[in-house]
Design a protein around this ligand. Structure first.
Ligand code: AMP
Length: 429
């Protein structure tokens, strides 16, 4: 038997109950909070022409060089499954022309990166992200960081940390690269093979390396900002001042670079200690992306939902149990006529917001009662020929075993009052 037919591709996962309830809850909170900051949803395709990503993210980035799922369409054009959300949103904005100036957009959806699967690192994962288009402005960057903090708090997250840094302006890059190269060159032999390659192709990426030998070299390097122009340093100072004004618990981490070339000025990462080696919950920053002849400036972030769900389960261990839907009502039938009548009754109850289940076959009373208990039902409505003829039903409270015979309309009224529309627990905090 080919068991691969029953398994998703390694690094990809099925999402089902009960965890999917937590996913829905996080998304509901996001959909509530985004409009408070003026963001509307955008749904871009999962597949784009490859240059949408290679041009925006940079040819030398790890994502473009190693991680994209790229295929050819029938005409031979190269297509790529989106590895991140920003490039597609900017492609959309470029098509909108002036109408997209100042756009505030958020997205939720799957992203694809052909990485080695490991804990916290998947090949299909989900991101919730925002893009706020507009000229560089420290206040806009801080507003987006504040939105993230608001969102994470609404998810019940407590222990996250916010690291910020600056990438400076495009004109600062040669000086930063030269300054870092001069400091790294004498220790080149101590670096891993990847970092020796990065030294020539994209020296900033070396600051991200997790290898212990590289970390020691990196720790002794001068801060990037020391090689930057005065305006770039002043921009970071202003961001830090505004973060403090909003009491956002951010700290400057001069080694933070983030992996993509499009960033300018502010970059940040939010980490959570429960996530292990892959501890980044979200990353963001200000970017400048060229599409056609035009530069698109904006600021945004992307949060990984798989990791967010893990962090929520750590910080709010009881939450998943609390958001299980209310135990439903089970409709129990004795005989074919009662089963038909139950199908009608179920429709009425459901349309009035009361969740219920019923036996669609002809199982015995005992089997139906067992199924009701297994489903965790709070109530069973039991009807046979006699109850049908009398317009009545037996209502059994399965928690205390009490059974009463009532008129059908009274049963319906009682169930609607007792269960109401499916309820979910309120968000903590
Ligand atoms: P990035 O654009 O790589 O900084 O990703 C932003 C966020 O998406 C990260 O902080 C993670 O939470 C999440 N993320 C990125 N790559 C993966 C992956 N391979 N598996 C799971 N989550 C990921």
């Amino acid at each position: 038997m080919d068991t691969t037919l029953f398994q998703p591709i390694p690094g990809m996962a099925d999402l089902a109950a009960p965890e999917v309830l937590l996913w829905q809850r996080l998304e509901e909170q996001a959909r509530r909070i985004m409009p408070l900051y003026g963001f509307t949803e955008i749904r871009t395709p999962a597949l784009e022409y490859t240059p949408v990503f290679t041009r925006a993210l940079g040819e030398t980035t790890d994502v473009v060089q190693k991680e994209m799922y790229t295929l050819a369409d029938r005409g031979g054009r190269s297509l790529t499954l989106r590895p991140e959300g920003t490039a597609g949103v900017i492609r959309y904005a470029a098509g909108q022309g002036a109408a997209a100036d100042g756009a505030r957009l958020y997205y939720v959806g799957p992203m694809f990166r052909c990485e080695r699967p490991q804990a916290g690192r998947k090949r299909q994962f989900h991101q919730l992200g925002v893009e706020a288009l507009g000229e560089p402005n420290p206040a806009a960057d801080v507003e987006v960081i504040a939105l993230q903090q608001h969102l994470f708090q609404s998810w019940g997250l407590r222990d996250f940390t916010i690291d910020v840094n600056t990438r400076g302006l495009p004109d600062d890059r040669p000086a930063v690269a030269q300054g870092l190269a001069a400091a790294v060159r004498p220790q080149l032999d101590a670096l891993c093979a990847d970092c020796r390659r990065r030294f020539d192709t994209n020296i900033l990426r070396l600051l991200d390396c997790k290898q212990e030998s590289c970390r020691q070299v990196i720790a002794a390097l001068p801060d990037m900002a020391t090689f930057m122009s005065a305006p770039a340093r002043a921009y970071l100072d202003e961001v830090v001042r505004l973060l403090a004004q909003l009491h956002l618990p951010a700290r400057v981490n001069p080694r933070l670079v983030r992996g993509l070339d499009y960033y300018i000025h502010t970059v940040w990462e939010i980490r959570h200690p429960a996530l292990g080696a892959q501890d980044a919950l979200s990353g963001g920053g200000r970017y400048r992306i060229t599409q056609g002849e035009k530069n698109f400036d904006g600021v945004g972030f992307a949060a990984g939902l798989e990791r967010a769900v893990m962090a929520v389960q750590h910080d709010q261990p009881g939450w998943l149990a609390a958001i299980q839907p209310d135990a439903p009502v089970s409709l129990v039938a004795l005989g074919a006529a009662a089963r038909d009548a139950n199908l009608q009754l179920a429709q009425e109850l459901r349309q009035r917001g009361c969740a219920c289940g019923l036996d669609l076959g002809d199982r015995s009373l005992k089997a139906q009662m067992r199924a009701a208990n297994r489903a965790g039902s709070a109530w069973a409505v039991i009807r046979g020929e006699r109850e049908l003829a009398a317009g009545a039903a037996a209502l059994k409270d399965l928690r205390d075993g009490q059974q009463t015979e009532l008129k059908l309309e009274d049963v319906v009224a009682k169930l609607i009052a007792a269960t109401g529309p499916t309820r979910v627990a309120p968000a903590p905090g």
